[in-house]
Design a protein around this ligand. Sequence first.
Ligand code: PLP
Length: 456
Amino acid sequence: ARRKTFTVHHLKELFENEFGARLVDYGKTTASIVRQFCNEIPMTDDTPFYIVNLSHYARQYLQWLHFLGRIHPFYAVKCNPNGFIVRIIAEMGGGFDCASAEELDLVRATCGVDFDYATRIIFAHPCKSVSHIKRFREAGVQMTVVDNEDELKKLKEHWPEAKVLLRLKPDDKGSLSPFSTKFGANELECITLLRMARVLGVQLVGCSFHVGSRCLDAQIYMQSLRLARRLFDIAGRDEFGFDFKVLDIGGGFSGHNWDKPSFPEVAKLINKTLDKLFPESEGITLMSEPGRYFASGGMTLVVRIIARRIHNQDYKSQEEVIKLERSYSLPTNSLVQAANTDESTVSEQVLIECAENIYYINDGIYGTFNAIIFDHKVFTVHYLKIGEQEKNPKQYKSVIFGPTCDSVDCIAHSIDLPLLEIGDVLWFPDVGAYTSACASNFNGFKTKKYMFIWKG
Ligand code: PLP
């Protein structure tokens, strides 16, 4: 992997100067950092904001070098397309997986003209529009991926000198977001592509795969590496005559070491398999496209309660819940489930009606919390009362709505919270991956304010 000479001190200074990052002692809790920011911001300013810990990205990079030192990371920009992450990863020597011309533009705007676009960017989208191909080519990017015959013809016509990786199709059912229904070629399809590339004269130089996002089954990496090895061998046969020299193992790594298996555990297995199937002596260039590995833990969302409806009604008995459930035209089995007192199967509408307190905050499903829908994310809520904080306050079944005029914009249907006031703060850690990246500006609400810290 690429190693550039840098010191953490140098990075700290850089980000202090460029982003006005505030230096925070490493031992300080997120709760106290949130409190400090909120105390400084006047009560009249209820704008939601992210606290970005820039040292998180540097730490993740160093951890990567420690555990997967043979593999050069190309940060998947889509996961959180913000200049500050691009800046720090570029500074540490990383490359970028860009899937569109706009992502490429972000890297260009952040890294400037002297950046080595030939070796530090991969256009990692298997199904590309011609206008985007043109932009990558003009920027000097050299590498891309392919998984179907039409794409090979497209490259022959619009990017004949490209260095191309065959994107394989792993069995990624065990991942949080599998991709194999959309992308990737199986072994037989790859053989057809090898034959066609040979005829067309397209330069195939290796393989890539993606095991699906947040892959918690390390076996998928192992199986994919074995598939890649077979393809390397097949490609080298006389009938095809390719000398594969690049292997890109994609993304899918968790951003949290408390996930099981943890990143170090997955890395250990990958290294073992790589050493067996792709030993260093073969001189294969190894790369990867981690997104959430870098981005997840770097951001905390801080929002205010902007409105509320308290003492909605008394919490309902089970019979009342069933009666209420019947009044909605819902699938009949939800009644049975409600009768079994399994609250999680009671419809969302009923849970909302049964709640005692309803809060409205200034970010929602159309914003950061889109990840509940698109990324199956479970958010953790913390609260911070601006006034006096009771020790063990009474908890109420509460609903949290986002700020838009849509009732779908509901973040929590039945959550235990104390009685909160307008102006009190809710904060949500680990909101860096596939959150702001996919947020819309619907109804004019989007969290755009970033406060930078360097914790360490
Ligand atoms: N590479 C490709 C081609 C992807 O499609 C994605 C995610 O969609 C990534 C890398 C990043 O994946 P992850 O965030 O799971 O590491």
